[in-house]
Ligand binder design. Sequence first.
Ligand SMILES: Cc1cc2nc3c(=O)[nH]c(=O)nc-3n(C[C@H](O)[C@H](O)[C@H](O)COP(=O)(O)O)c2cc1C
Ligand SMILES: O=C(O)C(=O)c1ccccc1
Length: 352
Amino acid sequence: MSTVPRLPATPREFEEEARARLDPAHYDYFAGGAGDEVTLRANEAAFRRLALLPRVLRGAGEPRTEVALPGGRAGMPVLVAPTAFHRLADPEGERATARAAAANETIMMVSMAGTVGVEDVAAAAPEAVLWFQLYIQPDMPFTETVVRRAEAAGCAALVVTVDSPARGVRERELAHGFHDLPDGLCCENLRDGAAVRPIVMSPDIGWEHIDRLRRMTDLPIVLKGIMNPADVRPAIEHGAAALLVSNHGGRQLDTLPATLDMLPPVVAAADGAVPVLLDGGVRRGTDVVKALALGAAAVAVGRPVLWGLAAGGERGAARVLAMLRAEVREALALCGCASPADLDPSMVRRTC
Ligand SMILES: Cc1cc2nc3c(=O)[nH]c(=O)nc-3n(C[C@H](O)[C@H](O)[C@H](O)COP(=O)(O)O)c2cc1C
Ligand SMILES: O=C(O)C(=O)c1ccccc1
């Protein structure tokens, strides 16, 4: 009789299991943040500081969890954030992640630094809604080549990461001497004929590049890495269809505030013109509901999906997403909400 291995039951257990299975250098690559990891810790801590204040006797009925976004509908307000190098966690890599996202009716943002080409990700999960994450390369003809690949693969939006004019310095990577993918793995989306280009994080990228991208494609553009409310108006003026409040999971500049703490001022600056999403430190359904109460249209998770993938491949990643979906439904129900639209800022309270 064959037995199916037992999967962990909590987010913490998923991370422990992933840590036990991964090469320590790869675990630290996934887990680590920049500098003293102040921002990395701040993201989760901000959720813990906030308490929920449910409403009662609203007769809301069974809650619905789906949300409509510029790049399509998601069955739950928890998307898969773009993360690099999934084949370090599981041989199927991004194919497994896409199937796990599709099984939970959610959207996967496919990293430009993926270890499976975007066409193969799409082919592995034909029902998945994919958004393609792009680092605009200063070589704009090459950037266009990558955009055309994402379009041809059927991606429904471009997620342009704007928090990376340089690569963040992560001391855990330095300690292991982790610089490159092992032999046999590469960034398949960076293929250029027989060669694979390195990803350039360029300080020369400016709003004019967003304008050029806007002219290049009809896909909605999501700007990922907006933290300062002063950047919201220009983002809208330059044609962003949505904003993703993100500090890159604390992996770029250290000592940025928690994303949850910048969500209210960014939402206020957007003033309903575009939906605002958030990532960073989301681990439980209650975290999701807190962000939605403060005005997020949806959230995304990075590391939790990697832990699922490392602990149990496609099945592990799918379980992590299914747990989050069940927790969101439960938290909405216990808050007296029929849908995310019933949440509002009066339903969260700072405790310290
Ligand atoms: C291992 C790892 C790789 C990442 N790679 C990318 C990437 O290729 N592109 C990108 O825009 N963001 C990348 N991110 C940032 C995530 O998209 C996201 O902002 C962050 O992980 C959210 O925080 P969380 O991990 O606490 O959920 C990466 C994050 C991690 C942990
Ligand atoms: O590690 C990261 O956070 C990341 O964004 C990245 C970008 C390019 C290549 C590999 C990883």
